[in-house]
Design a protein around this ligand. Sequence first.
Ligand code: BEZ
Length: 251
Amino acid sequence: MNIIWNADKYAKDFSFVHQYGNGVLELIDTDNAKTAIDLGCGNGVLSGKLRDMGLDVIGIDSSPEQLAIARRDFPDINFIEADAISFEVNKPVDVIFSNAVFHWIDKDKQSNMLHSIHASLVKGGQLVFEMGGYGNNMLIHRELSKAFNRRGLKYRIPFYFPTIGEYAAMIEKEGMLVTYAILFDRPTALNGDEGMNDWIRMFIRTPFKDVDKETENEIINETAENLRNDLFKNGTWYSDYVRLRMKAIKP
Ligand code: BEZ
């Protein structure tokens, strides 16, 4: 996951990402936990919530920009720069929590990440996470793909959005036992008249890496216009999110 984040804009305009993380936190059994990792902690807001739940938390992220904000806002929390697919900790923890991160990891690297997670949990430890699930942002990716194709360009969805069955099998292959899983739609309001354009600019990076700025702007404007019927309601843009929320235990 090699992304240079505009961490201030992310915190200001996309704060819903961590606000929705609250529902995931509720899956943690805090009676049986003292220590936690927030994997892909970003700006640390959810690490702060884990700490407020009484957990001794380590935040891990690969983005120095996001970690700078996390360290500024939560100076009492230990934040470490590391990649989710290869992180290691000195001492296994009771809980590994993650929100809106796993879909950034390529499918063929997921088993490496789950292996690191398994190695970093104590026996009986909990993995609790939410990620984009099967069908996530289907309308947005469909329109982007059409806009690329109209220009003779190829579009590949730069994320991994698995089904429950597919991801449960991967987790179990790495030696953990799935105890909870749900896949659900969560249309999410975006900020401002340019909400869809801003969302695409913030999150869809790799497909545009060989596209000139003018064509990129054209594609983004055209995609937003073509999504208006489906995703602009009563003056507000929505992202067609589908969430995969799961809990697993290391037996
Ligand atoms: C998500 O949280 O589902 C997501 C966010 C940004 C890009 C892709 C997916």
